[in-house]
Design a protein around this ligand. Structure first.
Ligand SMILES: Cc1cc2nc3c(=O)[nH]c(=O)nc-3n(C[C@H](O)[C@H](O)[C@H](O)COP(=O)(O)OP(=O)(O)OC[C@H]3O[C@@H](n4cnc5c(N)ncnc54)[C@H](O)[C@@H]3O)c2cc1C
Length: 435
């Protein structure tokens, strides 16, 4: 069994197949398993990369039937049952594709060049460096240029946009204000731009309003019902033609399935996903599973969202299907169990929706902390993250204020550097509201 992608879906499949008599090869272009929900805390100087990422080889160490290969999968020959990678080809009996998703820039080329994404570790480090550099540059700039440097625009009012805006506001108002004493912090502006009339659109309107009020209290300006037409050196060009001054633009407004989906030789949706059956396989190819963000599956008339629990449950289900087949039984159908969603709006405030139960404020935040802690890999990382959160809560500190810019990957090694390569996308299309 070849598993492409060591994210939520791929790792859950490997763990679930640990005691099943199969030989696995797990292929990923990066050597670490990432916990994306906390990327915004790396970008805002609270956590270090090693606290939200762990070496893949360590994560799957107990799966003695799994081998790991650091390589980019470039294409799949479904007829020949062969995967082509940057380090050679691999034949399979069964293939599990869990390659995740990438930013969607809606075909706006300046966005791709000038906006900072927040989907990968290098992007989070670049964003952290960009914010700190903007403050450094502002100390020697004057007038309009200084105000431009101190203006930050976040596009997309989904969980990632809301979480990052809240965290950035706290970094600025509680920490940087002490570091840059000669700057006038009334000149700093943080604006969250959202296309609909509510932030956290997947939550109930009441929780969306509460999140908006919490952001406003932190000094984040909300620009609702506005979309972005372009990005210039000066800032964002909005759909009404207005210009929003911004030296740093953060893009969290759209995702689409990984480019690999376009290289399977099967039709892809406008979100770049491929349709799967209730066994999570390609129609006519029961040996090819697609799970997580790359899979298009309807349940009760709705498309399953691009969320971690979907990918995790699908990874576990692949093991059930493979086990059933090895035992001569028919494939069990997949059914997603929605256990709820949550998002935090900064220190001490979060919203959570667990079926009919809606929770916000401090209790929601404690639940958010507990759940995220549970999913972080390794006792050491959990302990360090807990300590960092406690430190931040009591002292309002963001200790990792280091300008470490991973830069662009050199061409020769870009295949395995973990840097997303949006230029490989060849289509535009509709997206889901982005995480
Ligand atoms: C910033 C952010 C915050 C999020 N917050 C939440 C949240 O709070 N709650 C929630 O439920 N969901 C959240 N999500 C969404 C969640 O992370 C995804 O739905 C989930 O990771 C999808 O799992 P996956 O297995 O499909 O892909 P991923 O977990 O993204 O893993 C894909 C893996 O495939 C590898 N890969 C891709 N292409 C190739 C290739 N060609 N060759 C080799 N390897 C390849 C990648 O390196 C990666 O390791 C968030 C996402 C982001 C980006």
């Amino acid at each position: 069994v070849i598993i492409v992608g060591a994210g939520f879906g791929g790792i859950s499949a490997v763990k679930a197949l640990r005691h099943v008599p199969v030989d696995m090869t797990l292929v990923d272009r990066q050597n670490y398993y990432l916990f994306p929900p906390l990327l915004y805390q790396v970008a805002s100087g609270l956590l270090d990369p090693s606290e939200i990422a762990a070496p893949i080889r360590k994560v799957v160490r107990r799966a003695h039937n799994a081998d790991v290969r650091l390589a980019e999968v470039t294409s799949v020959d479904i007829a020949a049952r062969r995967v082509h990678t940057s380090t050679g080809s691999l034949d399979y009996d069964m293939l599990v594709i869990a390659a995740g998703s990438v930013d969607n820039y809606y075909g706006i080329s300046h966005l791709e060049e000038r906006a900072n994404g927040l989907k990968t570790l290098p992007q989070a480090l670049r964003l952290r460096a960009a914010v700190l550099r903007a403050f450094e540059a502002a100390t020697t700039a004057s007038g309009d240029e200084r105000r431009r440097l101190l203006s930050f625009a976040i596009v997309g009012g989904g969980p990632t946009g809301v979480e990052y805006s809240g965290a950035l506001a706290e970094l600025v108002r509680h920490v940087l204000v002490k570091d840059y004493r000669r700057l006038d912090f009334d000149e700093v502006s943080i604006t969250l731009v959202e296309g609909t009339d509510q932030v956290l659109g997947t939550f109930s309107p009441r929780l969306g309003r509460k999140a908006a009020r919490a952001l406003a209290r932190k000094g984040v300006k909300l620009l609702l019902k506005r979309s972005v037409r372009d990005v210039t050196e000066g800032g964002l060009v909005l759909d009404d033609g207005g210009l929003l001054n911004a030296g740093t633009v953060v893009w969290t407004a759209g995702v689409r399935a990984a480019p690999l989906m376009h290289r399977l030789g099967v039709p892809v949706s406008k979100q770049g996903q491929v349709a799967v059956t209730s066994s999570l396989c390609l129609d006519g190819h029961p040996e090819v599973f697609v799970i997580g963000d790359g899979a298009e599956l309807l349940q009760d008339g709705d498309l399953l969202p691009m969320l971690a629990p979907v990918a995790i449950q699908q990874g576990q289900h692949v093991a059930r299907v493979i086990t059933a087949r090895l035992n001569g039984r028919s494939d069990p159908p997949f059914h997603y169990r929605n256990k709820g969603t949550m998002a935090t709006v900064g220190r001490g405030t979060a919203v959570a929706e667990l079926g009919p139960i809606r929770i916000n404020g401090f209790i929601g935040w404690l639940m958010w902390l507990g759940l995220h802690l549970l999913y972080i890999v390794g006792f050491r990382s959990r302990a360090v993250v807990l300590l960092s959160w406690g430190w931040n809560f009591l002292l309002m500190d963001r200790p990792v204020r280091l300008i470490v810019d991973p830069g662009e990957a050199p061409a020769a090694s870009s295949n395995i550097a973990g840097v997303e390569q949006p230029h490989m996308l060849d289509e535009d299309g509709k997206t889901t509201p982005g995480h």
